[in-house]
Design a binder for this molecule. Structure first.
Ligand SMILES: Cc1ncc(COP(=O)(O)O)c(C=O)c1O
Length: 429
């Protein structure tokens, strides 16, 4: 062994020389997009209805979902769209929403603003989304809604979840914020439930900068969601129910609409998406193949009947026992020293966050909460503690060399397992 072959953490040369960041997202705008943004600046910088880029984005988005949903309504963020969806689906005091114990908090947090309650159910280790059996076990007389999040791009087990929802009369909300372009048995996610939300925030595969879009085929959900976030023109022009339309001047009090600039950015991202998706798939399939012989990694599993759409990072699981029990934080230090862009995924289990953990809804003091969540040893806890977050490589074939180097860095750590174990023990002292 030459000195260069030592782990970089222990003084050797790093495998990866390309400076960070390795995930460069979102991509820069081309001239056409910039000209359209400039043109909008001098025509209309606040769209009160759904004309211009707002209406065009909504129509394009429905086409992107194979026109399997009737309505699309833009919002200024995914969180705003989720608030409107929960309101439209009937969340209020006494209503419980069952959702996954491990996901980004905004998938469920707006429930508390509507005085509802959240019951957290375990995830399915295969999909990393809501486990149908855990959903079934969590249902009580208060459960009216189930939220599925197609976590990190992998669709949930929709057949099983829809069967349970139907049996118990639950409404289904799909959070597709990680899953633009994902399909379950050939059908786009976002078209299975009573409503779906896609965040269009900058990290997402289809990005507006800040923005979100709600889709539904239910006119009642459409009307109530529109009234919550779009008073005046939009409600006057598009709320279908005459009785509800009477509220068009005020809506239900909030203004959550998207700016036209964000809509323009999102339309361009949507148009560029098919080619980018193809490139991501090539990169990440290749990455998965290269990682197969790393004994301490469990590469991302993709079921045969799903299309991963955009992906949302590459998140294998760390098998601690296959690397001598080295803690994940030490492994991450070793990989970073080799030049890798790697970390632990950002969101902790929701039950560990004060909004979920405290016995009272902090927005409405005196309103008790159930704080129901899976016990220790859950799949949610396992994934939270063992997942590694790696870049969503998007440039094919340019990223191939970098992917090879990542795989080599992982293998190098394996070859130096004993040295890393010693390092971990010594640094604990
Ligand atoms: C699963 C999920 N839901 C909702 C959101 C919130 O979307 P936004 O940031 O657009 O408000 C995010 C954002 O990352 C998310 O990952």
């Amino acid at each position: 062994m030459t000195s260069d072959e030592r782990l970089a953490l222990l003084g050797g040369a790093p495998v990866i020389e390309q400076p960070l960041p390795h995930e460069v997202w979102p991509p820069p705008a081309d001239q056409t997009e910039l000209s359209e943004l400039a043109g909008q600046r001098n025509t209309d910088i606040s769209i009160k209805g759904n004309s211009g880029p707002i209406g065009r984005l909504e129509a394009d988005f429905l086409a992107f979902l194979d026109n399997r949903a009737r309505f699309a309504v833009t919002f200024n963020s995914g969180t705003s769209a989720l608030l409107a969806a929960y309101f439209a689906l009937g969340v209020r005091e006494g209503v419980d929403v069952v959702g996954p114990a491990l996901t980004y908090h905004a998938a469920l947090s707006p429930v508390f603003a509507l005085r509802g309650d959240v019951v957290l159910a375990d995830i399915d280790p295969a999909t990393r989304g809501l486990d149908p059996a855990a959903l079934q076990a969590a249902i009580t007389e208060h459960t009216k809604i189930v939220t599925v999040v197609h976590q990190w791009g992998h669709p949930c087990d929709m057949d099983a979840i829809l069967r349970i929802a139907e049996r118990h009369g639950l409404r289904v909300l799909e959070d597709c914020s990680h899953a633009h372009g994902s399909h379950y048995k050939g059908r786009p996610v976002g078209t299975f439930g009573d409503a779906a939300v896609f965040s269009l925030q900058a990290n997402k595969a289809i990005y507006a900068g800040e923005g979100g879009i709600l889709v539904t085929s239910d006119p009642g959900v459409h009307d109530r969601a529109t009234l919550l976030g779009h008073y005046r023109d939009r409600s006057r022009d598009s709320v279908l129910d005459e009785g509800l339309r009477a509220h068009w001047v005020t809506g239900y009090g909030l203004k959550l609409r998207m700016s036209p600039f964000n809509a323009i950015v999102a339309r361009h991202a949507l148009a560029a998406f098919p080619a980018r998706k193809e490139a991501r798939h090539r990169c990440l399939r290749y990455f998965g193949e290269q990682l197969r012989d790393v004994p301490y990694l469990e590469p991302v599993h993709v079921a045969d009947h799903v299309d991963m759409g955009a992906w949302y990072g590459y998140k294998p699981l760390y098998r601690t026992e296959a690397l001598g029990g080295v803690p994940r934080s030490v492994l991450i230090d070793a990989l970073r020293a080799e030049g890798m862009e790697v970390g632990a995924p950002s969101g902790p289990r929701l039950s560990t966050l004060p909004l979920y953990a405290r016995p009272e809804n902090p927005l409405f003091p005196g309103t008790p909460k159930k704080r129901a969540a899976p016990r220790a040893g859950s799949h949610a806890e396992h994934v939270e503690r063992h997942a590694l977050s790696l870049p969503t490589f998007t440039n094919w074939p340019e990223d191939m060399k970098l992917i090879d180097q990542y795989a080599e860095a992982f293998r190098k750590v394996d070859r130096h397992c004993d040295a890393l174990v010693r390092y971990a023990v010594e640094s604990r002292r």
